[in-house]
Design a protein around this ligand. Structure first.
Ligand SMILES: Nc1ncnc2c1ncn2[C@@H]1O[C@H](COP(=O)(O)OP(=O)(O)OP(=O)(O)O)[C@@H](O)[C@H]1O
Ligand SMILES: [Mg+2]
Length: 337
């Protein structure tokens, strides 16, 4: 069980103090897929990063499985993070490692033998449906496939918990559906408790049994998803639901347009060829981009060579290995941890 008690986080910058979380109380029970929804800037990422102490709360407590972990450092912190996998919107894969080597990374760091690490990685790639892509590099994978690799890597240490920070926000609707289905499988079959941070109501609706609405650094509404959706108490919740309905209508209209245009392409071949035998560049853009953002859109400068972190990500007095022993991608690690 994950418990946040009276959690506050204030960022102090040269422009002054900014309160990102204010008196957050939240319980995520074992077996839940718990959603946190809110508009941009509401504090969602800050909240989820406090759970595995990538951000240190300014006050309040993080309690995992009944133990107050708020002050954990060093070995204790690494062991804690092995229990809590995390995935990100931008996938955060190591560009110079194959899919297999991305998944073995947390196990190598924990000094598992190569044979053991590879066996586990192969099992995980099979679980996420990517057995045939083990030797591919991230740039050779679609967005949805990259997120599957990231999920496999997050599961390498057999975590009890999985934190998902906007895990589907860079993906199109169909790919989002397939990733959400995978998260449900992980929850049901591996018993992993999942905390999902999103601004998309569709994500909450599809997989979360419970939801909390975050607005202006506070949780303003929470409960069973079915109850909150049936009878939203707060204006912000109603607005998010209204926006979700509008987005669903737009999606349906777009899908109908795409289907109509695909049938025209099949019915009226170009140069005597049916549309499905035409080269990809001749097809409508929607057909080519089904798997989300292109690899080139990923910032190259956050991808460390050989899977090692740039010096700037190392906490004072820590070796690269001690910083990475939890398998977190370097850019996710806050310097004060
Ligand atoms: N390191 C930081 N220093 C100062 N302010 C920060 C820092 N990180 C976040 N903030 C501020 O805290 C607030 C909450 O940020 P956070 O990233 O948690 O929002 P979010 O709900 O995840 O937004 P989004 O949906 O856009 O990802 C924002 O106003 C942001 O500018
Ligand atoms: Mg965020």
């Amino acid at each position: 069980m994950i418990e946040l008690r009276r959690l506050c986080k204030t960022y102090v910058t040269k422009h002054g103090a900014f309160e990102a979380l204010n008196d957050i109380n939240l319980t995520v029970r074992d077996g839940d897929i718990h959603g946190i929804i809110g508009v941009s800037g509401a504090g969602k990422s800050t909240l989820v990063r406090c759970v595995n102490l990538l951000e240190r709360p300014t006050s309040g407590n993080v309690i995992i499985d009944g133990e107050d972990v708020t002050g954990f450092k060093g070995r204790q912190l690494l062991d804690l993070r092995a229990k809590i996998g995390m995935i990100f919107q931008d996938f955060s894969l190591f560009a110079q490692r194959t899919a297999l080597a991305n998944v073995t990374f947390p196990l190598e760091i924990r000094r598992d033998s190569k044979a053991v690490a590879e066996k586990r990685a192969i099992e995980l790639l099979e679980l996420v449906g990517l057995s045939d892509k083990a030797k591919s590099y991230p740039s050779q994978l679609s967005g949805g496939q990259q997120q599957r690799v990231a999920i496999a890597r997050a599961l390498a240490n057999r975590p009890r918990y999985l934190l998902c920070d906007e895990a589907t926000s860079a993906l199109d609707s169909l790919t989002t559906d397939s990733i959400l289905e995978l998260l449900q499988t992980i929850n049901h079959e591996l018993g992993v408790t999942i905390l999902v941070i999103t601004h998309e109501m569709k994500v909450i609706q599809t997989i979360c049994n419970k939801v909390a609405v975050l607005d202006g650094a506070r949780i303003v509404e929470r409960g069973l998803t079915s109850t909150v959706f049936a009878n939203p108490q707060q204006e912000i919740t109603r607005r998010l639901l209204g926006q979700a309905a509008a987005e669903a209508a737009l999606r349906e209209a777009t899908e109908a347009t795409v289907a109509a245009s695909a049938s025209i392409n099949t019915a009226i071949p170009t140069d005597g060829m049916p549309a499905d035998s035409m080269p990809a560049e001749a097809l409508p853009p929607v057909a080519i981009l089904t798997d989300g953002m292109p690899a080139e859109a990923m910032p190259a400068d956050v991808m460390p060579a050989d899977g090692m972190p740039p010096e700037s990500t190392l906490a004072d007095g820590m070796t690269p290995e001690s910083t990475l022993a939890d398998g977190m991608p370097p850019e996710a690690v806050n310097n004060d941890v």
